[in-house]
Design a binder for this molecule. Structure first.
Ligand SMILES: [Mg+2]
Length: 389
């Protein structure tokens, strides 16, 4: 097989004014997604998803990364990851076994683009082999426990919102520490207590602060809510402060989870060296695709740390996360968004198989999903930011 075309297709889904909500990220006015396609000379096409500003990802793919892939055999995913990462020095890198990354490709949007292309290469390779991606990677399971991810409701309304997720059959649920009514330690305590009332004693409850608290405030919040049996406290502080995260972990009586905004095994190595997390949450469309997250998961397993992939984006991103979860032995749970997300639920012809809080793997080749015919017409890219303050 030879790669004959690489396409980067930016997509948007505008949110009608009456459906817009304010969260700690601001007012969301649209959702963006980035679709990658890698085509081979036998007519097979692999698809992937990348986080990052779509128009920027598109320029990076067109000018920087597509030339690394064209003419190559898509079966060689490790070689192609090294080519995308080390550029012209991939030849000495592979000859000596020492990575020599291009300056701009170590992290950031370029790494997000590399992640998306790696997903597309694995989809293409597994389609060519006629097996699902998770089986090509080495299957650990064919179904996994899911958790319902949402929980923005203000004050006492958290009881009904989180209780509603449990009523759908989820045995684990996650809520935001900052609700639609803003943040105070007292309000976080009130909302988390309401959520626990709503789900009862047997459903796992996780909390996510989106990295917006100071170390001292994160420790105070944890102390206020530790009686509610919190399964993990996610991103209590900025992802750029691994030492601060380690201070939080040392001072709270609950596991700490993080990783959705980290890049490559080197960022996770720093988290491990700082002893800053109990649960690693790499995002497949950011941290480096299947190829790199396999390495991250292996490094985490050596420290007894489990992997719970961050999975928040398009249907392509979620499909890739399903295969990652099925092929990662130290993965124990997968995120399932409860937000209104048409590009998650209306992009593919096939439905995701999620029943009674369990996600089941597709048995079709590759990622196992087909884009709907009207996808590019319906989700035409719109310039501008996703959030306004
Ligand atoms: Mg999160």
């Amino acid at each position: 097989m030879k790669i004959t075309a690489v396409r980067a297709i930016p997509m948007s889904d505008p949110i009608p004014e009456e459906k817009r909500h304010r969260t700690d990220l601001g007012m969301k006015v649209k959702t963006d997604a980035m679709l990658l396609e890698v085509e081979a000379d036998n007519g097979l096409v692999g698809i992937g998803a990348a986080l990052g500003q779509p128009a920027v990802v598109q320029a990076i793919v067109d000018h920087d990364l597509a030339p690394e892939l064209l003419g190559e055999d898509p079966i060689y995913t490790e070689r192609l990851w090294e080519k995308m990462y080390s550029g012209s020095r991939a030849t000495p890198a592979l000859a000596t076994g020492v990575s020599q990354p291009v300056d701009s490709r170590r992290r950031g949007v370029t790494l997000e683009a590399i992640s998306g292309l790696d997903i597309a290469l694995w989809d293409l390779k597994a389609r060519a082999w006629g097996v699902p991606v998770y089986q090509a990677l080495g299957a650990a399971r064919d179904s996994i426990r899911a958790y319902a991810s949402g929980g923005w409701a203000p004050g006492e309304e958290a009881e009904a919102e989180l209780g509603g997720y449990a009523a759908k059959g989820f045995g684990a649920v996650k809520m935001r520490v900052v609700g639609r009514d803003g943040f105070s330690v007292e309000n976080a305590r009130r909302r988390i207590a309401a959520a626990r009332r709503g789900i009862g004693p047997d459903v796992e409850l996780m909390i996510d602060a989106h990295g917006c608290l100071s170390v001292a405030t994160a420790i105070r919040v944890a102390a206020e809510v530790e009686g509610h049996d919190i399964a993990w406290f996610e991103e209590p502080v900025s992802p750029d402060d691994h030492a601060g995260l380690a201070r939080v972990r040392d001072n709270v009586n609950m596991p700490v989870a993080t990783g959705e905004r980290e890049f490559t095994r080197y960022d996770f190595q720093s988290l491990l060296d700082h002893e800053a997390m109990d649960i690693a949450q790499p995002d497949i469309a950011r941290a480096g695709g299947f190829t790199e997250i396999r390495r991250i998961a292996a490094m985490a397993s050596a420290r007894g740390i489990r992997v719970a992939p961050h999975a928040w984006g398009s249907a392509v991103l979620f499909a890739a996360s399903i295969h990652l979860a099925m092929a990662t032995p130290n993965c124990h749970i997968l995120e399932v968004s409860q937000a209104h997300m048409p590009m998650l639920n209306e992009l593919f012809q096939e439905d995701f198989d999620i029943r009674d809080g369990i996600v089941h793997a597709p048995d079709r080749p590759g990622l196992g999903y087909t884009l709907r015919e009207d996808t590019f017409e319906r989700f035409k890219y719109l310039p501008g930011p996703e959030f306004e303050w």
